[in-house]
Design a protein around this ligand. Structure first.
Ligand code: GAF
Length: 441
């Protein structure tokens, strides 16, 4: 049959030129430029970003492109080459006044784009959770833009297509507004927060910033050690390619939704556990360099406080499982970060930790589905050093660490497992740690 099917490497330069032509047809003038921002993979730290955990993301090479030109009438107008919603009048055109963007005002994919303008204003004026106001992000009265979007990131596959959209729009708006095409670290941090606010308040998904930070602050050939207490990042230069290994993503094509209640309820359970432990966020229940013993001790403290009759907001069993996931995941992140920081990284150890991470996502975080479990098992059986669900789960993709020479047989073996189980044919992608978002045309 057709399995395995590999998602083609994105021809970003060609897509950018074509997008410019679409832009000109739609808006009657050429764009000022084209900006691109990538999706991400994540080695560890799932469901811990909102708890201040350390995440280990890298940006991959699949990007979302935004062609843009400024307007002076305060309007934001946008089209997407992926927009299939026939119910939108005026041939897929979405339009809103920048000043009118507010929670509940903009729906669908356009919420991710328009929400960024709203988020930039919040960060500019110090109303966001960003530690300082960043006036550079302010959009002048009357500022507007025409936007045309094209995504090469598989949508809804757990590879951060939402963040890629937000971040490409953020770079475009920032550049149109300031003339700065190459923002350095400080504005990138601020833009990542603006994108988080767009997602949290305009889209209404209560996510934690991992994806936007990876999209805006990654470096080619590196994994980020992202400390979500303050969003400080360190680069881990270890590249599996040097060891004959590659990152493989298996898009299970099982339906994947973050904006539903499952993600939020996981986050709420983590917050309930933090309240029992008397900390503002779960990361603070562990010492600076946590070990497995520290995680076990924090879990025992939780049990003891509850046994003493402390109130708990939620189902105790669910909250305890989410706590155990969070604590052990934070320890696994630190262990992988330590390993990748050593000159001769032991990739088989990393692989074993990936599998442990998947087991925790399945049993404790409870965000896996049979397709993901089957993909992980098939990858490992066929010679991967390790594999795990990536991102929010409930469908989406598995990230596997595989010997380059084994990827084809590995993919075939996932295909036959999926056929036997009656699952949809999965898709396969090799992922390269890639640079952060940038202007490309
Ligand atoms: C999604 C969210 F957007 C991130 O913030 C993160 O919580 C991730 O799920 C799970 O690690 O991608």
């Amino acid at each position: 049959g057709d399995c395995p099917q590999w998602v083609a490497q994105p021809d970003v330069a060609r897509r950018a030129r074509a997008l410019g032509e679409h832009f000109e047809q739609a808006f009657g003038r050429p764009p000022v430029g084209v900006w691109a921002a990538p999706g991400r993979a994540n080695l560890m730290g799932e469901y811990t970003d909102f708890s201040g955990g350390t995440c280990l993301p890298f940006a991959h090479q699949y990007v979302t492109l935004t062609a843009a030109a400024p307007r002076t009438d305060g309007l934001l107008r946008a089209r997407s080459l992926q927009d299939a919603d026939e119910s939108v009048a005026d041939e897929r055109l979405r339009e809103v006044r920048v000043a009118d963007v507010a929670p509940g005002s903009v729906g669908g994919w356009f919420g991710y784009a328009a929400g960024v303008a709203w988020g930039m204003d919040r960060v500019a004026t110090g109303r966001s959770a960003h530690p300082v106001a960043v006036p550079e992000l302010a959009l002048a009265p009357g500022f507007g833009a025409d936007l045309m979007v094209d995504s090469t990131v598989p949508i809804g596959a757990g590879l951060a297509s939402s963040a890629a959209l937000e971040c490409s729009v953020a770079l475009a708006l920032f550049s149109l507004s300031t003339g700065n095409d190459d923002p350095d670290e400080a504005p990138r941090r601020a833009l990542a927060r603006a994108c988080m606010d767009a997602e949290n308040y305009i889209v209404g998904a209560n996510t934690g910033g991992l994806d936007q930070t990876a999209s805006l602050r990654s470096h080619a050939g590196e994994t980020l050690a992202l400390d979500c207490r303050d969003f400080d990042v360190a680069s881990l230069p270890a590249e599996p390619a040097a060891a004959g290994l590659t990152w493989l993503a298996v898009d299970t094509r099982a339906p994947h939704r973050l904006a539903d209640g499952q993600y939020s309820s996981r986050r709420a359970e983590c917050e309930a556990a933090a309240a029992v432990l008397g900390v503002g966020r779960l990361r603070d229940a562990l010492p600076e360099h946590p070990s497995e013993d520290d995680a076990a001790a924090a879990l025992a403290r939780f049990d003891a406080v509850l046994a003493d009759g402390a109130p708990l907001d939620g189902d105790p069993e669910g909250v305890r499982l989410r706590l155990r996931h969070s604590l052990t995941e934070m320890v696994r992140s630190v262990r992988i970060a330590d390993e990748l920081a050593t000159p001769d990284a032991d990739w088989s150890l990393v692989g074993r930790l990936l599998v442990a991470g998947h087991e925790s996502m399945r049993l404790d975080c409870q965000v896996s589905v049979p397709e993901l479990d089957a993909a992980v098992a098939a990858c490992v059986d066929a010679g991967a050093l390790g594999a795990k669900v990536v991102g929010g789960g409930f469908g989406g993709s598995v990230l596997a660490l595989a010997p380059v020479h084994a990827v084809d047989s590995l993919a075939r073996s996932v295909c036959s497992t999926f056929a036997e189980r009656g699952f949809r044919d999965p898709l396969f992608l090799t992922l390269q740690p890639s640079p952060a978002g940038r202007r490309i045309l």
